[in-house]
Design a protein around this ligand. Structure first.
Ligand SMILES: [Zn+2]
Length: 627
């Protein structure tokens, strides 16, 4: 997830942004960066609980679990281990099929057939009319010269070629002014010119996805991205899924700069000169490549797999309160051999062990279930190991959409994600603003423990608790911080601070017992289901809209799960479950399209928003207000 509720998935933006792969949703980044710390080597464990934690982590982060990528054999081994532990502890199955709560998800994308790119270039020769000059064909090699983006459409296109600078289009700076790209193939530079870095509006449009939306809506049939001149000019970014939207509505690929520069006719302006001009003049420098035609074919195949949340329960002791539930959750999936979320330096497949992320949290819920089995609470406790978190909180979203117990009986959700690298006693707790009861709970739960607590109010953000916040359930998210091994193969068991984790779990257990045994349930704080991060994420937007997007892909458009009371969207008549297909001139296929469209409006503007409701198209008028 501005008024478009953008969930940001734990600090990936921070890192990704360094590679400029994903938009600038930075809310949690500052918080996480505060937690960056160097590797800690596994201290000798003294307590039996610490030893058990290390044992769990060693199994879950072992090579045989293969980095627990959904759809892999490795995650099935991890699932079996968690179920086995639950069984041995006496946790009762509470899934749909025993402990399992299966769901299907897109786990990957791969190249299918045909994928090809070639150019027909007429090299002008003095005295020979162009139409009598035989064109030469330049073919590009898949994987070597270029590769499609995982959000590209599948199909083929042929067209003349236009260089359109950085592909930006605003009232103040427009790379598309003076060029017509309808039915043509567009070449664009990634990123921004140096002088534009401080421009919020241009920064918002600097992502590959926003530029793709603009090129598509300008009528281009394909878009080819190249890096700016510099050290990484020829680096192709990792091929993989874009979890925030696999449908873009256009053929999209990236090419090595040196390869792409060669299709610019020798007589015309070169890529290097065009880029330098933009840098110097701060003006667009777009033009059609003379006598050049491109043939582009892209074929992708999405991999769907069934994976499972693992759900167990320990029933409460109180005859009434046992019908209410405290959810204690942790995701047990990780990124397997390294997918689009990997931060490894090399693109080579390698086991991403995910010891801290999140074998530590999974070990945590196993050990908490042991404590509760020994001394149950008044309320019942549901222990949930989620899958699909790394691909967009898919497991927790699946559960809150089709819960195995009535959602209104869930009194609170405690989420453990990366609790294995406690350093100097620093522990971050997020979601504290989702119930007025939380500050007191935290104060009493931390008493006497060697912990330095920092808190964050927002109940949205870095992990599965977001799915529960969106449903108005108070959440607490425990997290020991980011580190240099995050989303790399080097996140291994030997760096887990097991004794530190025992301390963290003592605090979690106390908080869980306070919640589980209290006569009345914690109130959900009004407004806490509207993430603060919307503001930060849509800093450059001048208007508010007020919808809650759903990130599971819908080929028709952007499905929304909610509308903010009193917002322009609500006043315009939008409703939860609508599928937005267009806003003004912009076709809406995903969150990026919506951001790009919203960026073009100012307060007081009215536009038409097209939606599909109950399979029928509907046209609504929305008047935007300021932020
Ligand atoms: Zn995680």
């Amino acid at each position: 997830m501005a008024d478009v509720v953008l969930q940001c998935y734990k600090h990936r933006q921070t890192i990704m942004r360094k590679r400029l792969r994903i938009p600038h949703f930075i809310m949690h980044t500052a918080l996480c960066l505060a937690f960056i710390h160097g590797p800690v080597l596994a201290q000798p464990t003294t307590s039996a609980e610490a030893q058990r934690i290390i044992d769990h982590v060693r199994v879950l982060a072992s090579d045989s679990c293969q980095g627990r990528g959904p759809g892999s054999g490795g995650i099935e081994k991890a699932a079996a281990y968690v179920m086995e532990q639950f069984k041995s502890i006496g946790v009762r199955p509470a899934g749909r099929a025993s402990f399992g709560d299966p769901f299907t998800m897109t786990t990957g994308v791969k190249l299918a057939e045909p994928n090809s790119v070639s150019f027909s270039v007429v090299i002008e020769r003095p005295g020979v009319p162009v139409d009598q000059t035989r064109p030469i064909t330049v073919g590009w090699k898949l994987g070597a010269d270029y590769q499609p983006y995982g959000f590209s459409e599948t199909g083929s296109a042929k067209g003349e070629v236009v260089f359109a600078g950085y592909g930006l289009s605003t009232s103040s700076y427009d790379d598309y002014s003076g060029v017509d790209v309808k039915g043509k193939v567009v070449i664009l530079l990634r990123g921004l010119p140096g002088w534009a870095d401080a421009d919020q509006t241009l920064r918002q449009l600097a992502t590959v996805r926003s530029k793709t939306t603009i090129a598509r809506d300008k009528g281009a049939v394909a878009v080819i991205f190249v890096n700016k001149n510099g050290d990484s000019a020829d680096v192709l970014s990792r091929f993989g899924l874009d979890r925030l939207g696999k449908y873009s509505g256009i053929l999209a690929l990236q090419a090595r700069r040196s390869t792409c520069a060669k299709v610019f006719p020798p007589k015309g302006t070169s890529l290097f000169v065009a880029e330098t001009d933009i840098e110097k003049t701060k003006k667009p420098r777009s033009f059609q490549l003379a006598n050049v035609t491109a043939n582009v074919a892209v074929a992708l195949a999405f991999e769907e797999s069934t994976t499972s949340n693992i759900i167990g329960m320990i029933e409460g002791t109180d005859p009434t309160l046992k019908n209410e539930y405290v959810v204690v959750g942790a995701h047990y999936d990780h990124i397997g051999m390294g997918d689009e979320n990997s931060l490894a330096a090399s693109n080579e497949p390698a086991i991403h062990h995910g010891a801290d992320d999140n074998a530590s949290g999974t070990a945590g819920i196993i050990e908490l279930s042991r404590a509760v089995a020994a001394s149950p609470l008044k309320r019942s406790v549901l222990f949930m190991a989620f899958s699909g978190e790394e691909k967009g909180l898919l497991g927790s979203k699946h559960w809150v959409t089709t819960p195995t117990v009535p959602l209104d009986k869930v009194t609170a959700m405690i989420n453990l994600d990366m609790i294995g690298r406690l350093k100097d006693g620093k522990l971050n707790i997020q979601g504290v603003g989702t119930s007025s009861r939380w500050p007191a709970v935290i104060d009493s739960a931390k008493k006497g423990l060697p912990l330095t607590i920092t808190t964050t109010a927002d109940g949205f953000g870095p992990s599965d608790h977001s799915s529960f916040t969106g449903k108005g359930i108070p959440v607490l998210f425990f997290f020991t911080g980011l580190h240099g091994d995050y989303h790399r193969p080097s996140d291994t068991w030997d760096k887990v601070n097991a004794e530190g984790q025992v301390t963290v779990l003592s605090m979690v257990e106390r908080a869980m017992r306070i919640i589980g045994d209290a006569p009345d349930r914690p109130e959900f704080a009004k407004g806490a289901d509207k993430p603060a991060s919307t503001q930060s994420s849509s800093m450059a937007l001048k208007v508010t809209f007020g919808v809650v997007p759903d990130y599971s892909d819908d080929p028709q458009g952007l499905h929304i799960t909610g509308v903010k009371p009193g917002s322009p969207a609500e006043k315009g008549g939008l409703q939860a479950d609508d599928i937005i297909t267009a806003m003004g001139q912009t076709t809406i296929k995903n969150i990026y399209d919506l951001m790009a469209a919203l960026g073009s409006f100012k307060p007081g503007d009215t536009t038409t928003v097209k939606v599909i409701r109950d399979e029928k198209p509907l046209s609504l008028n929305v008047t935007f207000t300021g932020k």
